[in-house]
Design a protein. Structure first.
Length: 210
């Protein structure tokens, strides 16, 4: 199965992608993870991406498409894949179609904006290993210290409430139109966010018939 996950930043796409990857035995291709690794390493493309992310803007198409093209050529994508965080714009989606990237379903997770702001505002990550926490539902055992590796647990710049609001404005303007793009192709399935990740997974499995 070849899936695209759509939804606002913080909608839970990464969590659901991980579950679906295990269920279906296919890799998740997350541009967010790839870009964060590049930003941490300070590569030229990482520094470019960092400036856009911290301003609450989208990373340019040429950066995203280049990363995805290389990744989907790898052997583990032969039986399918889950795209998380790409495409983010209609031009990206059109470029992917021209590249012959086939999609079976575009799954959109629907979450209200205020829920997103509250959710991301409490999110924390380990500076060293990337483990994730939340100040309401999953705090580290010791404040500011990662349970996994002992690294510093921080609030990323792109999780700051004002940055989140800017990202949501960008999402509604640039990315949300993709729902209509894929609906026109008969590929869109929209699911409402549920009270828990497990309940959301159940709704998604029903929608996909898995």
């Amino acid at each position: 199965m070849r899936l695209i996950l759509l939804g606002a930043p913080g909608a839970g796409k990464g969590t659901q992608a991980e579950v679906l990857s295990k269920l279906l035995g296919i890799p998740t291709i997350s541009t967010g993870n790839i870009l964060r690794a590049a930003m941490k390493e300070g590569t030229p493309i990482g520094l470019q991406a960092k400036a856009y992310v911290e301003a609450g803007q989208l990373v340019p198409d040429e950066v995203i498409i280049g990363i995805i093209k290389d990744r989907l050529a790898q052997d583990d994508c032969a039986k399918g894949y889950i795209l998380d965080g790409v495409p983010r714009t209609i031009p990206q989606a059109e470029a992917m179609e021209k590249m012959g990237i086939a999609i079976d379903c575009a799954l959109s997770i629907e979450v209200e904006d205020q829920v997103i702001v509250d959710r991301l505002g409490g999110r924390r990550v380990c500076r060293d290993c990337g483990a994730t926490y939340h100040m309401l539902s999953h705090r580290p055992q010791k404040d500011g210290v990662c349970d996994v590796c002992g690294g510093e647990v921080i609030c990323r710049k792109d999780d700051d409430p004002e940055t989140v609001k800017a990202r949501l404005v960008t999402y509604h303007r640039e990315t949300e139109p993709l729902k209509a793009f894929y609906a026109e192709r008969g590929l869109l399935k929209a699911v409402e966010n549920q009270p828990s990740a497990e309940e959301t997974t159940a709704v998604i499995r029903s929608a996909l018939g898995i």
